[in-house]
Design a protein around this ligand. Structure first.
Ligand SMILES: [Zn+2]
Length: 385
C-alpha cells in the first residue's frame, strides 16, 4: 500500500459536526474533548472505532492538530505552568473562560504548529503506516524506530502524538512489541489507535484505551458532503444512498471512473451475454476494480432483494440504484413474469448471488486467479435470459 498523504486537514465542518455531537447517550468527539479540558489531561491511549471510510484517521489528525495547536488549551496551560506533564494549570489561566469556550475545541488553523499540520510537516506527530509493498499489515519493523526514541519527549509541544491507523491489522508480533509502550507510555506520549474491528485487537490493549465509537453517516449528510466536494446533485443522491453510511465509500463511488462503469453493470441485468466478457477483463485488471465490482454487484442484488420483500410493482418502487432504474425494472419483470412462484425463485436467485459475493470477498483476501473468480461470479447472471 502506498503511503497516504496527510492532506486530510482541515476537515469538512459537516464531517466534524457529525462525529462531534452527542448521540445515543454517547458523548461524541466534542464531549470527549471538553472532558479532557475539564480534567486538564488527555488519556494516554485513545481508540477510534467505526466502519471503514468513516474518518477515523482524519479525526486522529484533527485531534493531533488541536492538541499541538499553540493557542489550544493544552499548549496554553503547559506554557503558563511550565509543567509539561503534570497538572495542566487551566484553573490558573488568566482567561479560563476563553480556554473553555467552544472555540477551543477547534485548532486555531494559523499558528506555526497548525500550519505545519496543514502542510503535513508535523513535529511531535508520528504516524505508523504499512511499508510499501507490504500489504496492509503493520509489522514489527514499523515500531522499531518509535521504540528506540522512547527516551525522548515532545520537541515543541506538551505532547507527542503517535497515530496508528488500522491498528487491528497489526501482526501479533507487532501488537506484542507495542503492548509495553501502551501499558506504560513515556511521559507526554499520546497514542491514537484506529480500528474497524476492535475485536481483532489484543484485549489487554483495548483495556488500556479510552474508546470513541464513530457513527456511520446519515444519507442526507453524505449527500451534502458530496455536493460540497463538487459532485453533481443527481450523482450525490445515488452515491449517498448506496454508501452504507461510509464517507469513503460514497466518495469512491462518486469518482468518474466508478460512476461510468455502472452503465455496464446495469447492462449485465439486461444483456448479460454481451456484457460479461468486458466486465471480467476490467475487474481482473486491478484489485481496485475488483473491489468496485463486488461493491456494486452487492448494491444491485441488495436492491433487488429488498424489492422482492415488498408488494410494490417494479415501476413504482424507489430503487436505491436510481440511475439504473430502467434496467432493474426490466430485470425484475423478466424474472418474475410467471408462473406464480417465480417471485420466490427470483428471490432465491438474488439471495444466492448475494451469498456468493460475500464468499468472493473472503476468497479475495487470499492469493487467487482473480479472473476465474470473477467469471464464476458473473456467469450465473446468464441464466436470467
Ligand atoms: Zn493552532
Amino acid at each position: 500500500m502506498a503511503k497516504q498523504p496527510l492532506s486530510l486537514l482541515p476537515l469538512p465542518e459537516l464531517l466534524l459536526r457529525h462525529h462531534g455531537e452527542r448521540s445515543e447517550g454517547a458523548p461524541g468527539l466534542f464531549g470527549i474533548m471538553k472532558e479532557w479540558i475539564d480534567q486538564k489531561k488527555i488519556p494516554p491511549v485513545l481508540l477510534l472505532t467505526g466502519i471503514p471510510g468513516i474518518g477515523k484517521r482524519s479525526i486522529g489528525h484533527f485531534l493531533a492538530q488541536w492538541i499541538l495547536c499553540e493557542s489550544g488549551p493544552f499548549a496554553q496551560a503547559a506554557a503558563e505552568t511550565g509543567d509539561l506533564f503534570g497538572g495542566l494549570g487551566l484553573a490558573e489561566s488568566p482567561a479560563p473562560s476563553a480556554a473553555r469556550s467552544p472555540d477551543t475545541i477547534r485548532p486555531c488553523g494559523s499558528c506555526g504548529s497548525c500550519q505545519r499540520a496543514l502542510k503535513g510537516s508535523w513535529i511531535d506527530f508520528t504516524e505508523i503506516l504499512p511499508e510499501e509493498g507490504e500489504g496492509e499489515a503493520l509489522k514489527i519493523d514499523q515500531f522499531r524506530e518509535l521504540k528506540s526514541s522512547q527516551g525522548f519527549g515532545a520537541h515543541e509541544a506538551a505532547y507527542r502524538v503517535i497515530l496508528i491507523p488500522n491498528s487491528d491489522r497489526m501482526t501479533p508480533q507487532a501488537a506484542n512489541s507495542i503492548l509495553k509502550l501502551l501499558e506504560e507510555p513515556p511521559a507526554g506520549w499520546l497514542f491514537f489507535l484506529t480500528a474497524s474491528d476492535s475485536t481483532l485487537l489484543l484485549p489487554t490493549i483495548v483495556s488500556r484505551c479510552q474508546t470513541l465509537r464513530l457513527r456511520p453517516f446519515r444519507v442526507p449528510t453524505l449527500e451534502a458532503l458530496l455536493t460540497e466536494n463538487g459532485v453533481a446533485p443527481a450523482r450525490a443522491v445515488v452515491c449517498a444512498a448506496l454508501a452504507h453510511g461510509s464517507w469513503g465509500k460514497a466518495l469512491q463511488l462518486a469518482q468518474d471512473e466508478a460512476w461510468e462503469r455502472r452503465k455496464s453493470l446495469f447492462e449485465l441485468l439486461t444483456h448479460p451475454a454481451e456484457t460479461i466478457p468486458g466486465l471480467v477483463d476490467w475487474a481482473a485488471s486491478e484489485p481496485r476494480n475488483f473491489e468496485l465490482l463486488l461493491d456494486q454487484l452487492e448494491q444491485l442484488t441488495a436492491d433487488l432483494i429488498r424489492w422482492s420483500a415488498t408488494a410494490i410493482a417494479p415501476d413504482s418502487y424507489a430503487w436505491a440504484n436510481a440511475d439504473g432504474r430502467s434496467a432493474l425494472i426490466q430485470h425484475a419483470k423478466a424474472l418474475t413474469r410467471e408462473p406464480r412462484e417465480s417471485l420466490t425463485r427470483a428471490r432465491d436467485f438474488w439471495l444466492e448471488r448475494a451469498e456468493r459475493l460475500a464468499q468472493a470477498r473472503q476468497q479475495s483476501l487470499a492469493p487467487l486467479n482473480r479472473k476465474l473468480l470473477i467469471q464464476d461470479l458473473l456467469l450465473p447472471w446468464l441464466a436470467v435470459r
